[in-house]
Design a protein around this ligand. Structure first.
Ligand code: HPA
Ligand code: ZN
Length: 343
């Protein structure tokens, strides 16, 4: 078998937990600030990179929302999106389920149509240029009110055919999923699937609320489910995936160092876990970098890496035929790699 970094690089994979605003690289941030005449507290790329050190989720979110201020018109959202796809084509990502945070933009006077049409343009181009398919997940910001989430849902309805699911993100502490039960019920009635960020900084009970009250099909992060063995059992029984983001969890101090991360225990317990990048431009790692953390520090071996790539498609919202095709593609890629370099 080939070495593990080649395996990580060559295997087809899906990314299920990435915020498009979190892919805004410092170079593009500076360029858009100049173009749109937006004041930012940085003069250079290196200053930005230095500033990207975070005490916790909330400290990160402050800089994240500040950075989003430079996204003003449809072309900005298009450039942001296509730059992300250009980068992940190198990582052999073949399918993406992309979060976006429209409340962070409409609250600044940007029209929802400009946000979503710019992103959709990038997604369409990525399909044609890189053969990467994608779906869109609209996230409600949990630090804002239920009323604001209802307003957002209403604004999104004309685009319902382009939005697969709704999600819930932003500051988790003191913002339990149950606060959004009604708007998630309405979203499901309108035909959207649901996913929820839970158990990142918040307790295991928030994961339980996400499943029982918001009927989440996937839990984003979810690492703190481990504190409740009955809940872990339930997640396994219901086959509810966790979209885990190892580098994010270290950068936001959910775990103090990578060797303390519980991904190995989650994986070994039989949970359907996937590996993702969350906000790669802020955390300094794209999806393959996240896989390499597991290889370099948590003893993940080839069969486990292959399984994690399979999990990424199984946990996706692709139809079952497409899932089968991607699983076969993974098996074929493994065979090719073994033929190239016999043990
Ligand atoms: N958690 C919650 N909200 C977010 C994140 C995250 O990791 N990234 C962007 N919004
Ligand atoms: Zn996230």
């Amino acid at each position: 078998m080939t070495d593990l970094s080649t395996l990580v690089k060559k295997l087809p994979k899906a990314e299920l937990h990435v915020h498009i605003e979190g892919t805004l690289e410092p170079e593009l941030l500076i360029k858009l600030a100049q173009k749109n005449k937006i004041d930012i507290p940085y003069k250079s790329v290196s200053e930005i990179k230095q500033a990207y050190q975070f005490r916790n989720l909330e400290a990160f979110l402050e800089l994240y929302y500040q950075a989003t201020n430079v996204l003003v018109d449809q072309t900005d959202f298009y450039h942001l999106t296509i730059a992300y796809f250009e980068r992940i084509a190198q990582d052999n990502v073949r399918h993406v389920e992309l979060f976006f945070d429209p409340q962070a933009h409409v609250s600044r006077g940007v029209h929802f149509s400009e946000v979503i049409e710019g992103i959709l343009q990038g997604m369409e181009e990525a399909r044609a240029r890189f053969n990467i398919t994608s779906k869109l997940i609209l996230c409600f910001l949990r630090h804002l009110s239920e009323e604001s989430a209802f307003d957002m849902l209403k604004m999104a309805l004309p685009y319902r055919n382009y939005i697969t699911a709704v999600g819930l993100d932003s500051a988790e502490k003191d913002h339990p999923p149950k606060n959004f039960e009604r708007v998630f019920t309405q979203a499901r009635l309108e035909g959207f699937l649901t996913v929820v960020h839970a158990g990142e900084e918040g307790p295991a009970d928030y994961v339980r609320q996400a499943i029982e009250l918001l009927k989440a099909r996937r839990i984003d992060h979810g690492v703190r489910c481990a504190e409740d063995p009955e809940l872990v059992k339930k997640l396994i029984e219901l086959k509810i995936p966790l979209t885990v983001c190892p580098i994010s969890n270290i950068k936001l101090k959910v775990f103090s160092k990578i060797t303390d991360h519980n991904i190995r225990a989650l994986y070994d317990s039989g949970l359907l876990v996937t590996i993702n990048s969350d906000d790669p431009a802020f955390f300094g790692g794209y999806i393959n970098d996240n896989f390499m953390e597991l290889v370099d520090h948590l003893r993940f071996q080839a069969p486990e890496i292959i399984q994690l790539c399979k999990n990424s498609f199984m946990a996706s919202f692709l139809d079952s035929g497409s899932k089968e095709e991607y699983l076969k593609l993974i098996d074929d890629t493994v065979k090719e790699l073994m033929a190239e370099q016999p043990a």
